[in-house]
Design a binder for this molecule. Structure first.
Ligand code: HEM
Length: 463
């Protein structure tokens, strides 16, 4: 069986008989691609398959920070990270998230017409650094951290040309400055906590007063529990960098896709604004944890549908830790697997594929207007909805899912209450998305025009 890479975004693949397993060549490696919900769940819950991230450029940006997902650190990493991201902490962190979003989105409104690709990332990177990582610093330092993070994260998806002037060169060069600044900020934070605490050993137990959602503390706790040197600022800074990337790249892509889909699929914006009008009239203007979580079913469904049709990561990787048989197919130890969200999220798994396909093509996305249907997630039609894997499954599943959903809801509510927006497009037809290396539009930057039309509280509106 021969495999070839036609274009950087195209991979040749071949189905194993009638199975929903394929062989494919991608990112310079041969993969076994899993396209069945049943097999994906089995693989993602088994210890026979190890966590893996076989994309060299991404690994060079992540650096050593990725170790938390690997043995022997993973169980302790999950415990401390899970405790930092618990619902009580999420609730307490919401005002800080809202303040950051209000600041950015008010600026969007002032500008009126803008390309949103980078501004979305800037917004979620600031949330990741100041709320998720809880780096409590002066505005000017936060701005510098955000700008470094954005340039470094561009490296995740750039061509690895290490020549001055290229995105990759810039990312690697600035990564050093970013780590140095993170180290000094974390060092100052530790000093501050030391002053608050008499016993040095309990520094890792003290949450900074500014925000309880403290994943930096979670890293320190993990280091202390694993009897590692938690004063090793290089190592801690690497871990913070990885957390910031994990929390912002994903949320930024998901939000980008939602903003474009909401403005492109007829009827969605109107329904979302009607829902916001109802929420405003019934519960008032406060975007509280309860209101965001419990009273916006159509927004919930829109976010779910976004993550089905346009997932921010196209799949997750695993490696066979020993010789195994999957669906009757023997896989040798070391075989790389791609659990493909695009396949798993398809409504009809009897699709016939070309032997060569372009990775970004979601089986349902050829016509966004007819495939993007938030209604499918509402009560009685829920049975027709497929399983969602966008936040993973099993022992590595996303610990930040609830936070990410709250973030997306918060940003969309703020915007929907202030006005409407449309995508400025040349020519006719639905916008074409490209899903790799991260979600963007095939035609270039996504430029939106915002129309101010604030929603006001009305006496009583029945939905
Ligand atoms: C739309 C936004 C997000 C998406 C689509 C997403 C997706 C994922 C996926 C697919 C995984 C599983 C990886 C694997 O099994 O290999 C994962 C794991 C994880 N995510 Fe997220 N994520 C999002 C936002 C966040 C945020 C905001 C945070 C932190 C606040 C976060 C923290 C984590 C953590 C800690 C893990 C666990 C890694 C492990 O146990 O190895 N994620 N995420």
């Amino acid at each position: 069986m021969k495999f070839m890479c036609r274009r950087s975004r195209t991979y040749a693949k071949e189905r194993y008989g009638k199975s929903s397993i394929f062989r494919a060549f991608l990112f310079g490696h041969e993969f076994v691609v899993i396209g069945s919900v049943h097999l994906a769940k089995k693989i993602l819950s088994q210890d026979d398959f190890e966590w893996d991230l076989p994309v060299d450029t991404i690994m060079q940006i992540f650096g050593n920070g990725i170790e938390g997902s690997k043995q022997p650190y993973h169980p302790v990493f999950r415990k401390s990270m899970g405790s930092a991201l618990n619902p009580v902490n999420l609730k307490l962190s919401l005002p800080a998230v809202q303040a950051i979003f209000e600041k950015h989105l008010s600026h969007w409104l002032e500008v009126g017409v803008m390309a949103i690709d980078q501004p979305i990332r800037a917004m979620v990177v600031e949330v990741a650094l100041s709320v998720v990582a809880n780096l409590n610093v002066h505005d000017s330092i936060m701005q510098r951290l955000c700008s470094l993070a954005l340039s470094v994260q561009k490296g995740l998806v750039s061509v690895p040309l290490n020549i001055p002037g290229t995105t990759w060169y810039n990312a690697l060069k600035l990564r050093k400055s970013y780590i140095a600044l993170l180290k000094s900020v974390i060092g100052m934070e530790l000093e501050m906590r030391k002053e608050m605490n008499i016993e040095l050993e309990s520094i890792t137990k003290v949450t900074s007063p500014s925000c309880p959602l403290d994943t930096t503390k979670a890293i320190l706790e993990e280091y202390a529990e694993m009897k590692r040197d938690w004063t090793n600022l290089d190592a801690i800074a690497e871990r913070v960098l990885t957390n910031v990337v994990g929390a912002s790249e994903t949320t930024g892509s998901a939000l980008f896709a939602l903003l474009v889909a909401i403005s492109s699929v007829p009827g969605i914006m109107e329904k979302l604004r009607e829902e916001q009008e109802h929420v405003l009239s019934t519960y008032g203007a406060e975007l509280s944890y309860e209101v965001l979580n419990q009273h916006m079913p159509f927004l919930d469904s829109t976010i779910r549908e976004g993550s089905r049709v346009l997932p921010s990561t196209q799949g997750i990787f695993r490696k066979a830790g020993k010789d195994v048989v999957v669906d009757g197919i023997p896989l040798t130890k070391g075989t790389k697997l791609l659990i493909s969200f695009n396949l798993l999220h398809a409504l009809d798994d009897n699709f016939e594929w070309d032997p060569c396909m372009t990775v970004p093509t979601h089986v349902d996305i050829k016509d966004l207007a007819s495939s993007f249907k938030p209604e499918r997630w509402l009560d009685d039609s829920a049975t027709k909805a497929p399983s969602l894997f966008s936040f993973g499954y099993g022992p590595h599943s996303c610990l930040g899912m609830r936070f990410a959903i709250l973030e997306m809801k918060m940003a969309l509510c703020i915007l929907l209450r202030k006005g409407t927006w449309d995508l400025i497009r040349h020519g006719q037809g639905a916008p074409e998305f490209v899903l790799l290396p991260n979600i963007h539009l095939a035609s270039g930057p996504a430029v939106i025009r915002i129309h101010r039309s604030p929603l006001v509280k009305k006496e009583s509106i029945a939905l």
